[in-house]
Design a binder for this molecule. Structure first.
Ligand SMILES: N[C@@H](CCC(=O)N[C@@H](CS)C(=O)NCC(=O)O)C(=O)O
Length: 415
């Protein structure tokens, strides 16, 4: 049963009514062809989604210490970014194991399966833990782990945001897949495949780790360059590991995204958001009966209404602190008007119709890690051209036009 945002989680707005009556919502304005708001190519080449330093104008950080210093690469053992690594790889391309013949520890998130239109959304099937106290087989080490993700995928975006916000792009490499997945799943760009491992498909990394594994082959995942296998593909566990176990490698002034004192609040709010919004849009979009669609879409908008009300008084979900809860919500909001509104029939209201939720999204977008990992070009290519989502002629709709740079005025807000 779906949790009720108004009763199961007292963190969410209190006087919110359930979804407003159905009303005619104007279609988003027509606009230019899809382009990346962050200015990098929406093509198939996987490029690092961030420049070498923090973006200009990203000051006014909502955490102590003000503007975090720009990331600096460690003197040795540089991490790797593919497709166009701005630094030399420390592992020879193709030598990485996929053979073509030619106290403050991260909790396990447990299994939180969610039914999405008849599909069970499994959380990670590989649950290895990277630890800084050496209590697991995967110790924290710079340049030992590679993050595999897709700019199109909302679950991947959480890990990219956390990496960049914490400055872990200096110690963890990044490989991006092509945004369009076919029947064989996520693939790497070009004939040569992934330069680190030689894999052509993400599934190759799974099969190298466990030859008997039969899927799902999901992003994101953390790959161990030393043992040449997957450590974890459990997204909640990955972000919390980045936030806690990798703390010694956070850049100076990095925010504490998972503060001990607020973990219960974060998890309870994020669980509600997971069931009603993060997976709620998929439940609506993949529903195979009117009743299941109605139930899912009502939950989406009931929570969005409650969040809008909550964010009238708070800059972030938990007040003046940016946390993991915001990271888990943002990728769904970023895709809402461009994909879920239209393709997944979540068309009662657009995100831009919510004054506080939309201003909050723009506020996050302007912070390091958020805007620079939001690529609407790749997002739209994924949802409109991947075989999984069905679109006979691969047509990508032109709109909507979204003005992410409209002033949000939230920096002055207090909790
Ligand atoms: N294992 C992830 C799931 C992430 C996920 O669903 N990723 C999607 C892309 S947005 C995926 O790779 N799907 C491919 C598949 O399931 O075959 C989790 O911990 O929640």
């Amino acid at each position: 049963m779906l949790p009720d945002p108004l009763t199961d989680c007292d963190l969410v707005g209190h006087n919110a009514t359930s979804a407003r009556p159905l009303e005619e919502t104007p279609m988003p304005a027509l606009s230019q062809p899809p382009s990346s708001p962050s200015g990098y190519s929406a093509g198939t080449t996987a490029e690092p989604p961030w420049p070498d330093s923090d973006p200009a104008g990203s000051g006014g950080m909502p955490w102590p210490g003000g503007r975090p210093p720009a990331g600096r690469l460690p003197a040795s053992g540089r991490p790797q970014v593919h497709g166009q690594p701005p630094w030399a790889p420390s592992v020879e391309p193709g030598s990485g194991g996929v053979g073509y013949p030619p106290g403050d520890s991260a909790p396990t998130t447990g299994s939180l399966p969610a039914i999405t239109g008849g599909l069970i959304r499994r959380q990670g099937t590989f649950n290895g833990r990277i630890t800084r106290d050496g209590s697991s087989e995967f110790p924290v080490e710079p340049s030992r782990y590679q993050l595999y993700g897709s700019l199109a995928c909302p679950w991947s975006q959480r890990t990219l945001i956390a990496c960049r916000l914490l400055g872990l792009d200096r110690v963890i490499g990044l490989t991006l897949t092509d945004p369009v997945a076919d029947e064989r799943g996520w693939k790497f760009d070009g004939e040569a495949g992934d330069p680190l491992t030689g894999a052509r498909f993400l599934s190759d990394l799974y099969r190298t780790t466990d030859p008997g594994y039969r899927g799902p082959y999901s992003v994101p995942l953390i790959w161990d360059l030393r043992t040449r296998r997957i450590v974890s593909n459990d997204v909640a566990q990955i972000t919390v590991m980045l936030e806690t176990e990798f703390r010694p490698y956070h850049k100076p002034g990095a925010p504490d995204l998972y503060p001990m004192a607020r973990r219960r609040d974060i998890e309870s709010l994020a669980t509600l958001i997971f069931h009603t919004v993060n997976t709620g849009v998929y439940k609506a979009g993949l529903a195979s009966s009117q009743a299941s669609y109605d139930q899912a879409v009502e939950a989406v908008f009931t929570t969005m209404d409650a969040l809008d009300e909550r964010l009238e008084r708070r800059r972030f979900l938990l007040g003046d602190l940016l946390t993991e809860a915001d990271i888990r919500l943002f990728p769904t909001l970023a895709r809402f008007d461009a994909v879920y509104y239209q393709k997944f029939n979540c068309n009662l209201r657009r995100l831009v119709d919510y004054p506080h939720l939309w201003a909050y999204t723009r506020d996050l977008f302007s912070l390091p890690g958020f805007g620079e990992t939001t690529d609407l070009g790749q997002i739209k290519r994924h949802y409109y051209q991947s075989s999984e989502w069905g679109n006979k002629y691969d047509i990508i709709p032109i709109g909507p036009r979204i003005d992410w740079s409209e002033p949000h005025g939230r920096s002055r807000m207090r909790a």
